[in-house]
Design a protein around this ligand. Structure first.
Ligand code: M6P
Ligand code: ZN
Length: 190
């Protein structure tokens, strides 16, 4: 029997994934304008701007029971109006499934929301490990000047439910006030 080389490379410093079954996707402003509170700023921003990227290692097809996915989210620094760049955020389609997020570099906030709309905010930085339980929506916000890089591991049959977020949003937003990240109430757009 021979000793096999790793099929996939994972850079512990950058979160970069390379090799078999790895794919990368970019999320541009044009696709996610509606998540930001300042509609005018979101609509007048260049739709081609990449807000965040997601690399993913998927050994099994989406929906496979018992499998795992492994990913890296890279949220670029920037703002729409006074609101920091962030991910769309989602519940899992299979609500009971959990996920790990872990900080690789940069600084930001992980917003968590229960199904009845209770929200909490957690600092996300290198070395932070966050267990996101089932029935909890999750969104990453980059409050720093560099990329916020966060690793993730979730079940291959968890799925994504973006619809509930789109309808009611997160009840907390992260905006810049006096140069500092500040939590403000309100899911609605301006
Ligand atoms: C992490 C995981 C993925 C998710 C991605 C981007 O890598 O949670 O499942 O797709 O972040 O987040 P979102 O889907 O909310 O845009
Ligand atoms: Zn998730």
């Amino acid at each position: 029997m021979e000793i096999l080389a790793p099929e996939t490379a994972y850079d512990l410093c950058t979160g970069r994934l390379d090799g078999e079954n790895v794919s990368y996707g970019k999320k541009r402003l044009a696709e996610i304008r509606s998540i930001f509170r300042d509609r005018h700023a979101a609509d007048s921003g260049d739709g081609d701007t990449v807000v965040y990227e997601v690399g993913m290692h998927a050994e099994v097809p989406e929906g496979t029971c018992g499998g795992l996915f492994f990913g890296t989210s890279i949220i670029h620094p920037g703002m729409v109006g006074d609101e920091y760049y962030m991910t769309k955020g989602h519940f899992h389609a299979r609500r009971e499934t959990a996920e790990y997020y872990f900080g690789i570099s940069g600084s930001g906030i992980l917003l968590l929301m229960s199904e009845d709309g209770k929200c909490s905010a957690h600092r996300m930085e290198k070395g932070a490990l966050c267990y996101i339980g089932g029935h909890i929506a999750h969104r990453l916000v980059n409050t720093g000047d560099d990329d916020l890089v966060v690793g993730a591991c979730w079940l291959s049959d968890a799925g994504h439910d973006y619809g509930s977020i789109a309808e009611s949003g997160f009840p907390v937003r992260v905006v810049c006030r006096d140069g500092k990240p500040t939590l403000i109430p309100g899911a609605d757009a301006l």
